[in-house]
Design a protein around this ligand. Structure first.
Ligand SMILES: Cc1ncc(COP(=O)(O)O)c(C=O)c1O
Length: 903
């Protein structure tokens, strides 16, 4: 293992495994020590392994310098059995996490105790856990390392029985060490920076530099404490930062640069104050205003004389016939059910109490100015955003492959979609994301036609179903250079959790908006803009604008960014829990419209449990989101590697790497894939920063056509025979997704299942002989090469392209949609019959009357008013999903009669 003193953290999987992998390293060290005790290894082997761990271990509170030092002593005095016992104990404590709750785990015992193996296991799922939550606090100090154990002990002495949480200190002595600790130790929830520490680490560890360098922490500056505070906030915005200074703290507190510091203390004398502030800071994130009140409400003896008989559970538990429902869900669900909006609860439609506070806390956590909780999924959040931000006649530049909720939103608001196409991945029957050049071209063409003022919004999906993440900042900056007041709606249904990873955050709407906001404040930004303006000249051609990486005019930019996310898809919210995030300098101008949108779409009986789960999901992400997202990435990298390097599995299956998912022209950094040989950790960081598209590693396209399965068939097989649930399929692939709840056991299970399936294929091929093999090869060929072309959006029928007689790319979809309400102007043409082919050949043109949306993935291949072309028909005929919304097989395609429309 090469993560420590002598080695470097090169590969990205090593990086993400650094925290959870500690238990593995310790298990290896334990085995080594055991082997030494049995005479099969030498002292120097154990010594080297311990040394190898030393740097990274210093960034974690447990085992602490004492136990680690003692291990060193055992090794130095050739006490192999002592070393084996102690490594076993530490290793076990890390694995069971017993050190978080048993003070004895930190103590130095005599040899006999050291051999005692911890038998405490974490409570099982659903079991009551009365232990106080544990976290770690980073202390950065200039005190000599010899003083650190005493400092840790002093901090421990401050604990009181009434404290809500317990913490241990991780003490480091330099900016470099502090930054690395924050990156590699996800248990940290606060940092105390005591002024006076140096920049450089006491370790000469390339590992450390290799972590630090790609993050671009600036070299030595005058004010190291504020520099560190800012750097920490950049990687871990949720961390509470405290400063201890003996300077002019009053002046410091007024300094803008200290905005990211939660509290400044003068000198070290306020130890207890620091302790209380740390606990209070964590409490401020732990607090869940709505959920806390709901729990209290549930415990009150309340008589209900209004609707919702299920509330309090009496109709359930007293029934002979439905009692099992109560037993299954438990009494609390019914005690917490209520249709009240008073008495400690609040109204989602017009929140003034704890829902309002819960939303404000979510805004803080997700880096937004405002958040709306939505209880009918992101399907509703998107419709709300579209309705609130656009009006009839507005043009929205939108990815045609975006989720159907956007398209329905346009029908509701009357906005006219200007569809732009994502790059196709025909081989796998899926789409990528929309190239920036396509978006710029659309804006420039509208500008050339003098219609830029009609353009209201750019609406994109980030990340896409299959994991393409935009270079969000670049897209917004270049668009703002063309239209400085353009509104952005980023549908981040799948990637709400991305906020909590420093690798993903810049590629999220809120992360990029914060970066742009900071850029707008820098005086140098105007100079860069002016420089580019000079270079481009006073009236640059469209081609010049297309070729340049456009810089917006900071004086004109109105930064208006919206994000929707299915909190239930990537965080611990109950199904349908969603959030709509707002970061809009002109929000005041649309706020009333948002209230209308809430009134339009929110149920007047929103589900309390759903709202509570949004509140709780926020709490979790603020306190352990960093670790959970790291875990999801680590699991994904393990799956990718396990499948693609397994001799048997990789004969039939493979997970597509970035090189297969993102065409080369969109990988400006030259990045190939996470696990490509020679690709280093810093290459990944560069790719996240520079590439036009970046693949979210947690979304894994598993090609199954090469094993003779189409996507739907393989999904069915995994579900019915192996209890593995997946969602999206394509003709020859399925999408695997790692999540914050996955464990390494899940990886092992998946690998076992794939091995079993491969063994089945091999047996079938061997038993079936040449005939079977030929049939298998033909099936693979059909799935992998006989793939339909992906149909681009054709065009809206002339009738729906009304602008002063000119053909426009955008269309009045709303009129087409409502036109179809009149049966007299509708007709049906069977998809498979000859009439369909005849109409394609001879006309009149077929015009779709409604949305036709295969599910999954849930984007329309036909929209109301769209002219149906051969490509669309070919694609539909080859579709392999069962659920196609808007298409009734028995009747055929529902069309608008062109003769009536044009007549
Ligand atoms: C990109 C995208 N946006 C929005 C949604 C709708 O989200 P929800 O299921 O939370 O309504 C989905 C659902 O799959 C989606 O893929």
């Amino acid at each position: 293992m090469s993560i420590a003193a002598g080695g470097t953290v090169q590969r990205i999987d090593q990086f993400f495994a650094m925290h959870s992998g500690r238990a593995d390293y310790w298990r290896d060290l334990t085995n080594l020590a055991q082997e030494w005790a049995l005479g099969r290894k030498q002292r120097k082997d154990v010594e080297a392994a311990r040394e190898d761990l030393s740097v990274i271990e210093a960034f974690h509170a447990y085992h602490g310098p004492r136990l680690f030092g003692t291990l060193g002593e055992y090794i130095a005095r050739d006490d192999a059995s002592g070393a084996a016992a102690l490594t076993r104990r530490i290793s076990n404590s890390l694995l069971t996490r017993a050190y978080r709750h048993r003070p004895g785990e930190w103590e130095l015992h005599d040899q006999q105790d050291a051999e005692e193996v911890t038998d405490v296991l974490p409570p099982s799922l659903g079991e009551r856990d009365l232990r106080r939550p544990y976290f770690e606090v980073l202390f950065v100090t200039s005190q000599p390392a010899s003083r650190w154990p005493a400092l840790a002990a002093e901090l421990r002495r401050l604990r009181r029985p009434e404290d809500g949480f317990v913490y241990e200190a991780v003490i480091v002595g330099s900016l470099e060490d502090a930054f690395c600790a924050a990156v590699v130790n996800p248990s940290l929830n606060a940092a105390v920076l005591v002024e006076g520490f140096p920049y450089q680490s006491r370790y000469d560890a390339p590992a450390l530099r290799s972590i630090l360098k790609p993050f671009g922490v600036p070299e030595n500056t005058k004010d190291l404490t504020l520099l560190l505070a800012t750097a920490l906030k950049r990687v871990r915005p949720e961390l509470d930062i405290y400063m201890v200074s003996d300077r002019d703290v009053e002046a410091l507190a007024g300094d803008h640069a200290a905005d990211c510091v939660r509290r400044i203390f003068y000198g070290v004398e306020e130890f207890m104050e620091q302790h209380l502030a740390i606990l209070e800071g964590v409490q401020a994130r732990y607090e869940t205003p709505f959920f806390d009140n709901l729990k209290k409400y549930a415990m009150r003896p309340i008589g209900t004389f209004h609707a919702l008989p299920i509330a309090r559970g009496k109709s359930i538990f007293r029934s002979d016939w439905i009692r099992d429902m109560g037993e299954f869900y438990g009494i609390n669900l019914f005690l917490a059910e209520s249709s009240a909006t008073t008495g400690g609860l609040d109204s989602l439609l017009e929140p003034t109490g704890n829902i309002k506070r819960a939303q404000e806390m979510a805004a803080r956590a997700f880096g937004a100015d405002h958040v709306f909780f939505v209880t009918n999924g992101t399907s509703t959040s998107n419709k709300m955003a579209v309705q609130a931000l656009t009006a009839p006649g507005d043009i929205v530049i939108v990815d045609r492959n975006c989720h159907k909720s956007h398209h329905y939103g346009f029908v509701l608001s009357g906005a006219q979609p200007f569809y732009v196409e994502a790059f196709p991945m025909t081989e796998y029957s899926m789409y990528g994301a929309v190239p920036l050049a396509t978006i710029k071209r659309a804006l420039l063409s509208l500008r050339a036609e003098g219609r830029l003022d009609k353009v209201r919004m750019l609406d994109l999906t980030n990340c896409t179903f299959d994991g393409h993440m935009y270079n969000v900042r670049r897209v917004m900056e270049e668009c703002l250079a063309i239209k400085p007041d353009l509104i952005f709606l980023w549908d981040e249904a799948w990637s709400g959790f991305a906020r909590f990873s420093p690798f993903f955050r810049p590629r999220t709407a809120m992360g990029a908006a914060a970066d742009i906001e900071a850029w707008l404040r820098q005086p140098s930004s105007l100079a860069s803009y002016e420089r580019q303006r000079e270079e481009l000249g006073s009236s640059p051609s469209d081609e010049a604008l297309m070729a340049a990486r456009l810089i917006p005019d900071p004086r004109k930019v109105r930064l208006r960014v919206y994000q929707t996310n299915s909190t239930h898809k990537s965080m611990s919210a109950i199904r349908q829990g969603s959030m709509l995030l707002v970061k809009d300098v002109d929000f005041h101008s649309v706020e009333a419209q948002f209230h209308e949108a809430v009134f339009t779409h929110a149920s007047t009986s929103p589900n309390q449990q759903l709202i509570a789960s949004l509140d709780v999901a926020r709490r979790q992400m603020e306190l352990e989101g960093y670790s959970l997202v790291m875990n999801a990435i680590e699991i994904a990298l393990k799956i990718r590697s396990a499948i693609n390097t397994h001799t048997l599995i990789s004969k039939y299956f493979r997970v597509l790497g970035t090189d297969a998912m993102v065409p080369e022209q969109y990988r400006q950094s030259g990045f190939q894939d996470y696990l490509s040989p020679g690709i280093g950790w810093s290459d990944v960081v560069n790719a996240t920063r520079d590439d036009e598209f970046f693949l979210d590693p947690t979304r894994m396209t598993l090609v199954c056509g090469t094993a003779g399965f189409d996507g739907t068939q393989f999904k069915g097989l995994l579900a019915s025979q192996y209890n593995i649930q997946i969602n999206k399929t394509s003709r020859n692939s399925v999408l695997l997704q790692s999540n914050i709840n996955n464990t390494r056991s899940d990886v092992a299970h998946l690998v076992r299942v794939l091995v079993e399936i491969c063994q089945g294929i091999e047996k079938q091929l061997t038993d079936g002989g040449d005939q079977e093999r030929a049939a298998f090869e033909a099936r693979v060929k059909s799935l992998m090469t006989d793939v339909p072309d992906l149909p681009n959006f054709s065009r809206f029928h002339e009738v729906f392209r009304k602008t002063s007689g000119r053909a426009t790319p955008e269309g009045d979809m709303r009129s087409a949609f409502f036109g179809a309400y009149d049966p007299a102007i509708c007709e049906y043409v069977p998809l498979l019959g000859s009439e369909c082919d005849r109409r394609l050949r001879e006309g009149p043109e077929m015009v779709s009357a409604n949305f036709v949306i295969p599910y999954p993935p849930g984007f329309p291949i036909m929209v109301p008013g769209q002219v149906i072309t051969q490509e669309t028909i070919d694609f539909m005929r080859k579709l392999d999903v069962k659920e196609i919304h808007g298409y009734e097989r028995a009747k055929g395609l529902k069309l608008l009669r062109a003769d009536v429309m044009t007549g």
